[in-house]
Design a protein around this ligand. Sequence first.
Ligand code: THU
Length: 133
Amino acid sequence: MNIDWSILEQRARLAANAAYAPYSHFHVGAALLTEDGRIFSGCNVENASFGLTVCAERNALFAAVAAGARRFAGLVVVTSNPQPVTPCGACRQVLHEFAPSFEVRCYGHAGEELITSCEELLPRAFVAADFRS
Ligand code: THU
């Protein structure tokens, strides 16, 4: 699949602008492309009860799954910091469930591009086969 990464980055930046992050002031946006060409975005949503915060990546994925998407082609994550960051451990596990091998591209605002995948970010992930044996 030929992916227009710049559109995904644009959508992720729009989502990051909508982040609700009054505690960390760290804005994150994610844009997820489905194999049938749809884009779902998400931002981090924080809470006064800090542990209830949900990351941008999981919000994007859950919106996609709620709309019936199961097969994904790529993910872009952008942050309000200069340097790119990769998805947190919880998001790696959740993304891996649906898309172990797709490309994940991460950007800050200083121009650096970090390209990776869930398999690389979470080697030996816990998978369904581990408890179905
Ligand atoms: N955050 C994300 O949205 N995605 C990540 O991959 C890392 C962390 C959010 C959660 C919280 O709102 C803020 O960044 C600081 O941890």
